[in-house]
Design a protein around this ligand. Structure first.
Ligand code: ADP
Length: 589
């Protein structure tokens, strides 16, 4: 054995031993393997036939620490076995230098008469483990330079342990971050208030050190608790409680002072409801106001029931981050809920408006027809002779009755188009023929106003499958508008273009034009462009809204481009799809 020591004393031999030792640990994927290799190398280098490595089980190392065998080069001391190390071994830990121990000194039975060498594994001035070397049956005198080699190997081992711990910690942190991210994604992925708060309450224990989370949702305007969100078991207990802010002192303080409250021991904290502390078994808690857009939306409690927590920066930071996030999610969910409610109200109003239209148009149609009929009879003298003055006035009455009838007709039309479904009776139609017919019918009106009407539609335009009457109505509306809003001497041109997916129809005029800001609004109904000239021609403001409904009902799109004082172009598209003849249902909503 002495010979062996001599051999190891040579510095070049040391170098290669140390190098191999480091390389072996570097190659090891698991700490157990690295320490197993270390114990074998230390045993071989020392000439002692046994070596095992001890790691302290608890983070702190003192005489009471339990040491666990992490690896050994002999099977009789199995990894995982717990040892309470002796004062001699402890000396090696404390002094960070090697110490010799005697039989039984390490609390190991069955090794009477055996000498032990305890080599501390030291890294960054800390003993992170202990290598225990021995040879059965006898005490051996190990030369100082071999001990030096063992100490160096111990340092290598300690660095390897540090590195493994560091990697493990890093992995743990990465996993934690991934989990936090995943939870946060889940929390923020919903805009439903109940789901959002439920998700926060459920997941808070995974991103903080607290076991439970409870949220009081407040009515920001009335200083009132509207509901409590907590895990099911806690919510059951809460069912019996009245949510009064008078009793919830800490909650009230957090809410009024808009600052978190850190309560390490709820049982001795003065400003807290003892009844709830006892009922819910609060020990440590952080109470956080949930503030978004400067309004306190609620108060969040993060608490433990089984242990007292001495808060560190991490606890404070993660709790505040969670409460900020919760406040944003709750706010977004509330806004969404309010918007949904407002939207429902608007839809109700719209429904009421349409019902009103239906009723009015229905009720007005008959009296109007009677007025119109009698006016005609009076006007053409069937009911007796009338003078020129009377005829002139009757002509005005007739004109206004026609306007009124037009308005009632449009109100009736829009209300039927707005009803949940309307039918589109599609038939193959030649757009060119349709436009020419309309242009012919309206020709004299354009001539009267000395406006040139051009129809420029390619002859080979494919047939389109449309509801003929409704499509005629759209073209009539657009041409009527072009006529109304184009001053005398102007031009109106209707064109159509065959495109791959649709037919694009345009009605272009050299009229008064529409300001840019009004271009979208004119299609929503009852809207007149604010441009002053248009007031002289004002109609009911429903023609374009009706046209839009019809075009959209056919799966197309309608829009306008315009320049004030120069003119406007109205465009619409009709998809080129072939539908089985007969009636097709179109949703108008
Ligand atoms: P109206 O019965 O008022 O013509 P429409 O729905 O057809 O109702 O049109 C809505 C508004 O759009 C009109 O009041 C007018 O201000 C504007 N408008 C429509 N067509 C034209 C056009 N060709 N030139 C200028 N303004 C137009």
């Amino acid at each position: 054995m002495q010979e062996k020591y001599r051999e190891h004393q040579r510095p070049d031999k040391w170098c290669s031993l140390l190098f191999e030792n480091a390389a072996m640990m570097d190659r090891s994927d698991r700490l157990e393997d690295a320490l197993g290799g270390l114990s074998c190398n230390m045993s071989a280098s020392s000439g002692l036939d046994s070596c095992f490595i001890l790691l302290s089980d608890a983070g702190g190392i003192d005489a009471r620490s339990e040491w666990k065998v992490a690896a050994g080069c002999r099977a009789d001391i199995s990894p995982g076995r717990i040892l309470h190390i002796s004062r001699t071994a402890m000396a090696a830990v404390d002094s960070m230098g090697p110490a010799e121990a005697h039989a039984g000194d390490l609390g190991l039975s069955g090794y009477e008469g055996t000498g032990f060498l305890c080599v501390p594994l030291v890294s960054h001035m800390r003993t992170v483990g202990l290598a225990v070397l021995y040879t059965s049956g006898k005490c051996v005198d190990i030369p100082p330079d071999t001990i030096e080699l063992l100490v160096m190997m111990g340092v290598q081992g300690a660095h390897a342990i540090d590195e493994f711990n560091y990697k493990q910690e890093l992995q743990k942190r990465t996993d934690e971050l991934r989990r936090v991210y995943e939870i946060q994604r889940r929390i923020t992925s919903t805009i439903d208030l109940d789901e959002a708060t439920e998700s926060i309450v459920e997941n808070a224990p995974y991103i903080t050190r607290f076991q439970h989370c409870l949220i009081y949702l407040l009515d920001p305007n009335e200083r009132r608790i509207v509901s409590v969100r907590a895990p099911e078991a806690v919510e059951k207990k809460f069912g019996k409680l009245k949510f009064s802010l008078d009793e919830l002192v800490a909650t009230r303080i957090a809410m009024d002072e808009r600052k978190p409250l850190f309560i390490e021991d709820a049982r001795t904290f003065p400003n807290i409801s003892k009844r709830i502390v006892n009922m819910l078994g609060w020990v440590s808690a952080i109470v956080l106001p949930l503030i978004s857009r400067d309004r306190v939306l609620g108060v969040m409690w993060l608490y433990t029931t089984d242990r007292m927590v001495h808060f560190d920066d991490n606890d404070r930071r993660s709790a505040i981050a969670l409460s900020d996030q919760a406040a944003n999610v709750i706010d977004a969910a509330r806004i969404h809920k309010e918007l949904e409610e407002s939207y429902e109200k608007l839809k109700d109003l719209d429904r009421t408006k349409m019902e009103f239209f239906t009723l009015i148009s229905h009720e007005l149609r008959n009296p109007l027809a009677i007025i119109k009929g009698y006016t005609e009879l009076l006007y053409d003298g069937t009911l007796g002779p009338i003078n020129d003055k009377q005829k002139d006035k009757l002509a005005r009455v007739r004109e206004n009755v026609d306007k009124l009838a037009d308005m009632v007709g449009k109100m009736s039309e829009i209300s039927s188009l707005e009803s949940r479904k309307y039918t589109v009776d599609r038939v193959p139609v030649s757009l060119g023929d349709m436009v020419s017919e309309i242009a012919e019918t309206m020709g004299f009106l354009f001539q009267n106003k000395r406006i040139t009407l051009n129809v420029d539609i390619p002859e080979n335009l494919p047939l389109v499958e449309v509801d003929r009457k409704k499509m005629e109505q759209v073209l009539l509306n657009l041409l009527n508008n072009a006529l109304k809003y184009t001053p005398e001497g102007g031009h109106v041109t209707v064109t159509a273009e065959d495109r791959p997916a649709d037919i694009l129809v345009s009605v272009w005029d050299t009229g008064i034009g529409i300001p840019q800001k009004d271009l979208d609004k004119i299609f929503s109904g009852f809207y007149h462009s604010g441009y002053k000239l248009s007031y002289e021609y004002k109609g009911p403001g429903l023609g374009l809204a009706i046209s839009r409904k019809i075009i959209e009902g056919h799966g197309g799109r309608i829009w306008a481009k315009s320049e004030v004082g120069k003119g406007s172009t109205f465009y619409f598209t009709i998809p080129k799809r072939t539908v089985a003849s007969g009636s097709a249902e179109a949703k108008t909503t």
